[in-house]
Write a protein that binds this ligand. Structure first.
Ligand SMILES: [Zn+2]
Length: 227
């Protein structure tokens, strides 16, 4: 096998594994991962079933607006406290049943527009996954056929940096998907709130900063007002 092809083939495999297995094993999310497992088991010490059910209906409606009909997404309104405020699991064993966790004490602090934005952002992560499961591998093979040099270049991106790069890309994409459903006001209010309480970000490298997020939401809003 030619070297660039081999490299890019490995790169494709890496992206696929990154999306399906490794992301689910990041130490920083292991705690919330365990919470998700308890919720899926139906452990009522962990979540409010009524509120969870209601938010799950909303998330599935949002997913339909984003192009995924009959989404299997599960939503849990979590009463137990853990480090992550809001998250979506779409990897590994959650690939078939994506799970969204919303920390009740953080969620209830937000205004309705912010809550909608949060739910839409997390739902967007589940939609991304459903739409792109084999995308990286197919894209990798196509790029290799068209331009092996480009393919070899891309393979150099196998590193933690590439994981963070793709993660930030996903976050921006999820924010803009949320904006398409609910507009930008809720997101801007949310990130301004985070700046106000000291730029809360437990791992900044995987997310754009709050200021960057406000900036691109405002740009998006201007672009879409002008149409
Ligand atoms: Zn996110």
């Amino acid at each position: 096998m030619k070297q660039p092809f081999l490299q890019f083939f490995l790169f494709s495999i890496f992206l696929y594994l990154n999306n399906t297995i490794f992301a689910g094993n990041e130490p920083v999310i292991l705690e919330s991962y365990a919470v998700a497992v308890e919720c899926l088991k139906g452990n009522r010490d962990y979540y409010d079933p009524t509120k969870s059910q209601q938010l799950q209906i909303e998330a599935r409606t949002i997913a339909a607006k984003m192009g995924v009909q009959n989404s299997p997404v599960r939503v849990f309104y979590v009463l137990k406290r853990f480090d992550t405020t809001f998250c979506a699991f779409v990897d590994g064993e959650f690939a078939q049943t994506p799970v969204i966790l919303l920390q009740s004490h953080e969620f209830e602090r937000l205004g309705k527009a912010e809550q909608n934005f949060v739910l839409a952002h997390e739902t967007a992560h589940t939609v991304q996954m459903q739409m792109r499961r084999w995308g990286p591998v197919i894209l990798g093979l196509c790029t290799c056929l068209v331009n092996p040099v480009l393919a070899a270049k891309a393979s150099e991106m196998i590193s933690t940096n590439s994981y963070h790069y793709f993660s930030r890309w996903d976050e921006k994409d999820a924010d803009l998907k949320a904006a398409r459903v609910f507009g930008t006001a809720g997101g801007i209010a949310l990130f301004e709130r985070y700046i106000g309480i000291g730029n809360f970000q437990y791992e900044p490298t995987t997310h754009p900063t709050d200021r960057e997020r406000i900036q691109y939401l405002k740009e998006w809003s201007v672009r879409h007002r002008n149409r």
